[in-house]
Design a protein around this ligand. Structure first.
Ligand SMILES: [Zn+2]
Length: 568
């Protein structure tokens, strides 16, 4: 597969190593469409090396946010190499799409060309330095968040380590934990607001430079959202409001009754994922003690589901590209990053022994499976699956593995875990609507004041949030959007989770009647990588891509039925 365009010893952090290759790609003679094909293949090989270098620098930094050196290396790459590359890629895109023989290329290149034409349409050279500044600000926000710890019950603890206290059955301990976390966040909230203000103004400027009225329109192009519109997103919000909110409210009512309180406080339920203490006062779910134990049981579980998934999971372990434990100085959250040249998925997370950690690991494993399923595709672009479908790979894995969760629990606990997870599905959709509609407002109104922002955030939270008593904590509530890193780092990336959740729920429904078909549908679609449009990928897994109320209703009915069949 290696054509050998990139020489031995090539180092993508050194521009002098890259330049001869980009010059070759820009200057070589292109007399026919097959010359364009080999140009695309060589540039794909170069892109693999560069992508992998960027990935390794990012991984290095997020695994060790305290290392100045790693942060510098990453930022240096992003500020010196990346800008030159974006200029080069625009020139190369133009060279390809404007070539007289471009229409003679086989169909295989259609989607790639559609993407290139869009990138050419929105590219502006003057946006490059703005992009660099954006990366600096995002990295600063990440560093601030990664450094947040609290002194709690005599020890310094990371936020992921604190999550277990938020599930404690002792309400005053939960409250103390929540108050210490929110208090710590407030200490850095001013700087985070400043960073966000600057990001909004940079982003609006980028859109204006590219001839768009708003950053929203610009981003729909930049993110290659060809198959749904701004109006579809608004319809999604409305469907969430009418279909999911009544279920969320009834879950919260049971929670109040179970906890014997008349009104929830912020420490009684996690706004984003719906987690909290057990309503019958049982000990919190602890699926594993150590990361090794989690990995070993997951391997058994995937083997029982299918040899295919079991083999793929073991491959992840063998390749030793997992960094799963939580520790101070590690960036928050979890992600899967595919190393394009080695064709190896890397998984990052902060496991502290909670049910949520198990779900995260299964989620990231789903991403890794997706990468492995389409790793055979030759060109980097053909493997670059759309995010909306990437999250089907991961979110459906959470649902499809549910019948095997007895591996981690006795049968009563396993049912509790399933209930918690399904309640999480109900809670997540309104949170997605929250973040998405907030971003639509933010970028439609880039000149807003912080007061207006707070007001709009609160009204969106009233529409999609749990009813609770915020007395004494309204200052934190007004700024609680700061806890959602996507708003800083990957603007507009959030509705994808919602679109994917709707796809995942359909795969789960398929599994209920025909488990083998669900696995086959999954494999069929994931193997296609980015060689089909989003609606075609959904169709390949026998799924419908939709946003309307009726579609929501049929899926949430299934969730409601499953919840009613599980013991409370
Ligand atoms: Zn994901």
């Amino acid at each position: 597969m290696e054509s050998g365009f990139v020489p031995e010893g090539f180092n993508a952090t050194i521009w002098e190593d890259i330049e001869p290759l980009t010059n070759d790609l820009m200057e070589r003679e292109l007399s026919c469409s097959s010359c364009i094909e080999s140009l695309i293949s060589d540039s794909s090989e170069l892109a693999e090396h560069i992508s992998e270098t960027g990935a390794l620098l990012y991984i290095g930094m997020t695994c060790d946010t305290e290392s100045e050196e790693k942060r510098e290396s990453y930022l240096n790459f992003m500020s010196t190499i990346r800008p030159k590359l974006s200029e080069f890629s625009d020139a190369l895109n133009r060279r390809i799409v404007q070539h007289p023989s471009v229409d003679d290329l086989p169909d295989r290149y259609d989607l790639m060309l559609r993407g290139m034409r869009t990138d050419v349409e929105i590219f502006r050279k003057e946006n490059i330095p703005l992009g660099v500044r954006q990366t600096e600000l995002v990295t600063e926000a990440q560093t601030i968040n990664g450094a947040m710890t609290v002194e709690f019950e005599g020890e310094e603890r990371t936020f992921p380590q604190m999550s277990k206290y938020l599930e404690s059955n002792d309400r005053s301990q939960r409250q103390a934990a929540w108050v210490s976390i929110s208090g710590r966040r407030m200490e850095d909230s001013e700087r985070l607001s400043e960073i966000f203000d600057e990001l909004i103004s940079i982003r609006h400027q980028m859109a204006t430079n590219a001839g768009f009225e708003s950053y929203t329109q610009y981003m729909f192009r930049a993110m290659h959202r060809f198959d749904y519109t701004i109006e579809d997103c608004l319809e999604f919000h409305e469907s969430v409001e009418s279909v999911c909110m009544p279920i969320l409210e009834s879950i919260n009512k049971d929670r109040c009754d179970g906890l014997g309180i008349s009104e929830l406080s912020p420490w009684d339920v996690n706004e984003k994922g719906g987690s909290g203490p057990d309503i019958h006062g049982r000990e919190p779910l602890r699926p594993f003690e150590t990361v090794d134990e989690m990995v070993e049981k997951l391997s058994e579980m995937f083997h029982e589901i299918s040899n295919d998934l079991g083999g793929k999971f073991d491959k992840l372990v063998e390749m030793d590209t997992l960094d799963l434990d939580t520790r101070k100085g590690k960036a928050p959250g979890g992600y899967q990053y595919y190393l394009e040249k080695s064709r190896v998925p890397f998984i990052f997370m902060n496991a502290a022994g909670l049910q949520g950690d198990l779900e995260t690991m299964i989620h990231e494993a789903g991403h890794a499976f997706h990468s492995l399923y389409c790793g055979h595709l030759e060109l980097i672009d053909e493997r670059d699956y759309p995010i909306e479908f990437a999250e089907v790979a991961s979110m459906s894995m959470e649902l499809l593995t549910q019948p095997w969760w007895d591996k981690f629990y006795d049968s009563e606990q396993a049912d509790r875990a399933r209930r918690t997870h399904l309640e999480g599905v109900v809670f997540l959709l309104p949170w997605i609507a929250t973040i998405d509609s907030f971003q639509h407002w933010i970028y439609a109104n880039p000149g807003h004041s912080r007061e207006e922002r707070a007001e709009v955030w609160l009204s969106i939270r009233d529409r999609f949030g749990s009813k609770m008593d915020w007395t004494g904590h309204t200052d934190f509530r007004e700024l609680s959007w700061q806890t959602q890193g996507h708003l800083f780092g990957v603007p507009f990336y959030y509705i994808e989770y919602g679109i994917a959740q709707l796809g995942s729920l359909q795969l789960w429904k398929t599994q209920m009647s025909d488990p083998q078909k669900a696995l086959d549908d999954y494999a069929n679609a994931m193997t296609l990588g980015n060689t089909r449009t989003l609606p075609e990928l959904f169709a390949a897994a026998d799924l419908e891509l939709g946003f309307n109320e009726g579609h929501f209703m049929s899926l949430m009915d299934t969730v409601g039925t499953a919840l009613s069949e599980l013991p409370t």
